[in-house]
Design a protein. Structure first.
Length: 347
């Protein structure tokens, strides 16, 4: 998302960017809309997990891309802490933008919930990324940093998959499992940042990327089929076992797409704009658009299923087009949504 994930500011030259990564950001942004659409309104309960679960690669991918572009120092990530101030600015802005929606819900979250989750459900990503970058900076300074990175990464990700599976099997009424999932979900940024950092320096071929991604898809199908065999029809895992291989495979594939995409300058420029400047605003504002569209469709008495399918198909692309228009006429506003709050200099 922010600087390390969805860079804002002036659009860089296409040949200085990894255009495949920009394309991956766009795909992930469209997928995050799919996760947050109110699929529970679809009458077919068995269909819901198959619409939402495949998109669960989104958050791990965004975290991994945060590490992908970290500079290298003796084989370790460097400069992670320098990106935190901009993330804090974005989080404060998003916190304020969604405060009216939180007030309309008429509930009083605790101070801890406001700090780590913000005023709306999707904003937890930003403080989690801040914590992940701070942890990355601290661990990189420790003796035997690689050992710490790998040990903590494997431990957190295995624990997250395990707790999430337990939550699905025991039902969402299992408060202990639910709290464990929330805790590990919040801590997943550092492991994914480290994995993304490693992927930027790994020499994995396109075939390897495709194989890893397809393997992740197979794991997802197997896990969802397992849940179904246990009678869990509406399984909605926060971090399915497929999330990590799908993320790794997609990043490797995106890297290999960069060269052919860069060879087409006009397409590369459009992908750069969409990936670098519009993805973060779409991520920040799409829940508001979903709420507004839901209320509008209810007022018009549209069928709920039709409303959900329309949002899945149209909302993400429509918001990207909307920000293209906004960026054309009000680029300063897009800068602000991306955390670039530059005050004009006095003459």
């Amino acid at each position: 998302m922010p600087a390390p994930v969805l860079a804002s500011g002036p659009v860089a030259e296409a040949n200085r960017r990894e255009i495949g990564i920009d394309l991956l950001r766009i795909v992930a942004t469209l997928a995050v809309v799919l996760i947050h659409v109110h699929l529970e309104l679809v009458p077919d309960v068995a269909l819901q997990p198959w619409l939402r679960a495949p998109a669960r690669f989104v958050v791990p991918t965004f975290f991994a891309l945060s590490g992908y572009f970290l500079p290298r120092r003796d084989g370790l990530p460097d400069g992670a802490a320098r990106r935190i101030p901009r993330l804090v600015r974005i989080y404060v802005l998003a916190w304020l933008l969604f405060l009216p929606f939180a007030l309309m819900q008429q509930h009083a979250p605790s101070l801890l919930q406001l700090l780590v989750g913000g005023t709306w459900f999707h904003l937890w990503f930003l403080p989690a990324l801040i914590v992940g970058l701070a942890a990355t900076e601290a661990i990189a300074r420790l003796p035997g940093a690689r050992w710490w990175f790998w040990t903590l990464s494997v431990g957190v990700l295995v624990a997250l998959v395990w707790c999430d599976a337990v939550l699905q099997m025991h039902g969402r009424g299992d408060e202990q499992a639910r709290r464990a999932v929330v805790a590990f979900r919040f801590l997943q940024a550092m492991p994914m940042i480290w994995i993304g950092f490693g992927l930027a320096r790994a020499n994995l071929g396109l075939r390897a990327g495709l194989a890893i991604f397809l393997g992740g898809c197979a794991v997802l199908v197997a896990q969802m089929a397992w849940f179904a065999s246990l009678g869990i029809v509406a399984a909605d895992p926060e971090y399915p076992a497929s999330a990590l291989p799908m993320t790794i495979g997609l990043i490797v594939i995106a890297r290999h797409l960069s060269a052919p995409l860069t060879a087409r300058p006009r397409l590369a420029k459009k992908l750069t704009q969409a990936g670098a400047r519009w993805s973060l605003p779409v991520y920040l504002l799409h829940p508001a658009a979903i709420v507004i569209l839901d209320r509008l469709c209810l007022l018009l008495h549209w069928p709920l299923a039709l409303m959900v399918y329309a949002e899945i198909a149209l909302l993400g692309p429509a918001m990207l087009v909307g920000f293209w228009i906004l960026d054309k006429y009000l680029p300063r506003l897009v800068d602000i949504l991306g955390g670039a709050w530059r005050m004009p200099r006095r003459t």
